[in-house]
Ligand binder design. Sequence first.
Ligand code: ZN
Length: 171
Amino acid sequence: MQTPKAPLSWDEYFMLQAMMASMRSKDPSTKVGSVLVDENNHQISMGYNGFIAGIDEAKLPWSKDLNEGLENTKYAYVVHAEANAILHSTRSLENSRCYVTLFPCNECAKLIASKKIKEVIYLSDKHQDKEHTIAAKKIFDLTGIKYRPLRIGENLLQLLERHLKNQVEDL
Ligand SMILES: [Zn+2]
């Protein structure tokens, strides 16, 4: 007899978690989520891009226009999803995996490499031609950190929608 297979792989499960985390982001243009997972497939922490914790958000800008000066843009104050996930972790991240909805920038790659995270699994690589992505890949290549894309197919989204609807209807 065949062992029943879970309809969701661990990769898909954690990428969906990262996608859920991205829904928490208040950034009007780019919402990114990330989860860190240990070798036993236990989630260590999550993060999404947002302003520095504990700061009065109403006093900070979401502008992306660097012509206004860095201090008047979000870039000066937003902490990226992977960085937040790393900051929120209370344990060693050595040999953990990082699931993230957008390929990390070089600043986050520095943190990922310093924490000895062993693999990065990403959904989108839409900034692949930008310098910060090229530098991030260089950091990963030099430190032996593996990275691979993960697609979330239409079938899985439909399966998830059916599953969630069934659960809500069962209430
Ligand atoms: Zn980053």
